[in-house]
Write a protein that binds this ligand. Structure first.
Ligand SMILES: [Zn+2]
Length: 114
């Protein structure tokens, strides 16, 4: 039943089908190895479990810690923030030469507001 790499919508569908078949959340919980409360929250309240052991039992991919981008707060799979917008070269001229040199030496992007 627990094919790896399910998404939360498939899990909700599976839990809902189990509930319709078995009639109680505790039966659903036993079947999936989670508590009745967790099964109920997932289906009825749109809760997505975060803990690795519950996610593994439900066939959901496990969350790992990743640093949030200091600029936008998102997690990027690229090294650079994908939400930043590079300012036009006109405003590049407004940056003092000493700052520009420092940015180039430190491989910083010339960015809006930074
Ligand atoms: Zn970002």
């Amino acid at each position: 039943m627990d094919a790896k790499g399910q998404n939360i919508h498939e899990v909700v569908k599976n839990l809902t089908q189990a509930y319709l078949r078995d009639g109680t959340w505790s039966a659903v919980g036993r079947k999936f190895g989670i508590t009745a409360g967790t099964a109920h929250r997932i289906v009825m309240r749109g809760y997505e479990p975060k803990s690795a052991h519950i996610r593994a039992k439900l066939g959901l991919p496990v969350f790992l810690l990743a640093p949030a981008c200091p600029v936008c707060g998102s997690v990027h799979t690229t090294k650079r923030c994908t939400k930043r917008r590079i300012k036009s070269h006109v405003t590049l001229l407004d940056i003092p030469v000493s700052d520009l040199r420092w940015m180039l030496e430190h491989r910083e992007d010339v960015i809006n507001g930074n």
